[in-house]
Design a protein around this ligand. Structure first.
Ligand code: PLP
Length: 353
């Protein structure tokens, strides 16, 4: 195995790129008069303070996130959801039509969609029947064009954490980038991989404010990696990728309400326990997969028909019955108690019909 070298791994054009320099890059202090960015000097049309371009690097917000996550601000990238981070990772490392990435289905669909958009070939090495990595098969599939290995832990749609020792094995034996997507880590009982960033220069960790934090609408995702990787991602992102309204709002929320996230997590986990208990008593339920996330994957007779029945009754779950290793499975997000009760009532009705 070649030793890890960011220089060798990056696309040649990205390595040499001169990023667009915004007016805010060139002068970021507080001036008497700002005539450098072609903004409207009179203000916004509704009198709100939205007429100035926002901070391209979201510095004050990153300071708050750095404290919460215990990761230095210069090792954090913020994106329009973690989906933006996923796309930028392909852009930074994979030459279109040449390079490859490994994904481990069933998993989050955006890795392969983003690969397709960027014209990157995805090699699929399925998870095992209990949704763990086939580490040796993955490493065997690596060739000189393989730049990325995508791991989702806890995994969507199965809900389980991927074994730490397996992820470590991949990190140690692959000299490309290993991305651990931790969108659901707040619901899990294990520490984040952010703790291992200093140990593995080829590690990228993704997290999001869309799940436990209850902020899906504001579209704010996090990427954590070495300073060098984050510097590259910053070079290729769109200049003002996080708008100022979101920056201010997120900073306020995180400064004032961070503790509420733990209360949400506690309540969602207790509802998950209730939901699993109820589902386990439904005679058509064949298996409830162990979950470290805010959803459960359930194998149930005639999953697609049940899905349609639930839709007809105004309840939308995710039909995963057609995807690999998930035959007859529905992915059910843990709702409020009232929502979960209604769901169970309808599932029981369907089972009795
Ligand atoms: C595993 C995983 N990663 C990333 C995302 C996207 O998160 P975001 O809302 O931050 O784009 C999702 C959304 O469902 C997800 O399941």
């Amino acid at each position: 195995m070649k030793p890890f070298s960011l220089e060798n791994l990056l696309r040649e054009n990205i390595k040499n790129i001169r990023p667009y320099s915004t007016a805010r890059d060139e002068y970021s202090g507080v001036a008497l008069v700002n005539l450098d960015a072609n903004e409207n000097p009179f203000g916004s049309i509704n009198g709100s303070a939205n007429h100035r371009y926002p901070d391209p690097y979201q510095s004050p917000l990153k300071q708050v996130i750095a404290k919460i996550k215990d990761v230095p601000a210069n090792q954090i990238f913020l994106g329009n959801g973690s989906d933006e981070g996923i796309d930028l990772i392909f852009k930074a490392f994979c030459n279109p039509g040449v390079d490859e990435a490994i994904i481990c289905p069933p998993t989050y669909g955006m890795y392969s969609v983003s690969a397709d958009i960027n014209d990157v070939r995805c090699v699929s090495i399925s998870l095992t029947a209990d949704f763990q990595l086939q580490t040796e098969k993955i490493l065997h599939a690596v060739n000189e064009r393989t730049k990325l290995i995508w791991i989702c832990s806890p995994n969507n749609p199965s809900g389980n954490l991927i074994k730490r020792t397996d992820i470590e094995h991949i990190l140690q034996n692959f000299s490309g980038m290993v991305i651990v997507d931790e969108a659901y880590i707040d619901f899990a009982d294990e520490p984040s991989w952010t703790r291992s960033l200093a140990q593995f220069p080829n590690l990228i960790v993704l997290q999001t404010f869309s799940k436990a934090w209850g902020l899906a609408n504001i579209r704010l995702g996090m990427m954590f990696a070495s300073r060098e990787v984050i510097a590259v991602i910053n070079k290729i992102k769109l200049p003002y990728n996080i708008n100022g309204v979101v920056q201010t709002l997120a900073q306020e929320i995180l400064e004032q309400h961070a503790a509420t996230k733990d209360i949400f997590v506690r309540d969602i986990l207790s509802e998950r326990t209730w939901l699993v208990e109820q589902l386990s008593q439904v005679k058509t339920v064949q298996k409830i997969y162990p979950s470290d996330a805010n959803f459960v994957l359930v194998k149930i007779s005639d999953a697609h028909a049940l899905y349609l029945y639930l839709v007809a009754n105004g309840i939308i779950v995710r039909d995963r019955s057609k995807i690999e290793l998930c035959e007859n499975c529905l992915r059910i997000t843990v709702g409020t108690h009232q929502e979960n009760e209604l769901l169970i009532e309808k599932i029981l009705k369907f089972a009795q019909a």
